[in-house]
Write a protein of this length. Structure first.
Length: 256
């Protein structure tokens, strides 16, 4: 077996990698650069973006790295989040061609293999787990982040339909993460929305906790321009689109 094929075995095992990975093997930047050139020349790897590569399958000549693996390797701090995390857990209502990637370090949005990788600024390290080399928010942080950012990502109705598919959330984690964000409106939104999903098995204490931390905040749940008819919910001091209650009613009838 020649050197190039030996190296291919290593990058195939890594699946998604940067030139830094090869520099660690060769202990030399120039040799690592030459290795990238040879691997690309022999159609053994493909460039995803600048300094990010995927090994190519010899059987069907397609990239072996999944969108989740790519998202986990874009920057040192990047991880799968929001709707893409729901997809990872098999809880998404729809398949999206946008891949949401949270990262402390900024990167420009880019397209690869018919998917668009979108940067979301993140400064928090909590609620991130690693599963088979994929860095992804755990279910509790995924729910909180998706509720927090629903107007930027996926939309409220899609987020609600994803939550419908969840059977249990750890309220200790939810409390911990909400306190980390320390945002009154987020306490209010999370408490209001999750109160309509009995399948999550959340206690009265959790919702009291949300109400106390929401304080006297009185807001619209979402942009007034996105919906026509709103209804004031006095329990949570929040104005809610009437259309959303139809989804809540559907959720009550789901066999979960």
């Amino acid at each position: 077996m020649n050197v190039t094929m030996q190296l291919y075995g290593q990058v195939l095992k890594k699946r998604c990698f940067s030139q830094t990975f090869l520099e660690e093997i060769f202990k030399d930047k120039k040799k690592a650069s030459n290795a990238v050139y040879n691997l690309k020349k022999n159609n053994l790897i493909i460039s995803i973006k600048k300094n990010l590569y995927s090994a190519i399958s010899l059987s069907d000549k397609t990239p072996v790295a999944t969108s989740f693996e790519i998202a986990s390797n874009i920057t040192e701090s990047s991880f799968v989040s929001h709707h893409t995390a729901f997809e990872f857990y098999g809880l998404a209502n729809q398949v999206y061609y946008d891949v949401y990637v949270s990262s402390k370090s900024k990167f420009n949005n880019f397209e690869f293999d018919d998917k668009t990788y979108k940067f979301i600024h993140n400064k928090f390290d909590f609620g991130i787990t690693e599963i088979k080399h994929i860095k992804v928010t755990d279910l509790e942080r995924t729910v909180i982040d998706s509720i927090k950012d629903f107007e930027k990502i996926a939309g409220l109705e899609e987020v609600l339909r994803c939550i419908e598919l969840i059977k249990f959330l750890d309220e200790i984690k939810l409390k911990k993460y909400l306190l980390q964000y320390n945002n009154q409106f987020l306490f209010q939104k999370v408490g209001f929305i999750l109160s309509y999903f009995s399948n999550l098995e959340l206690s009265k204490e959790f919702f009291d906790f949300c109400k106390i931390n929401a304080k006297n905040s009185c807001r619209y749940l979402c942009n007034k321009e996105d919906y026509k008819d709103f209804e004031f919910n006095s329990e949570w001091n929040i104005c809610v689109p009437k259309q959303i209650y139809l989804i809540f009613d559907e959720g009550e009838n789901l066999d979960v």
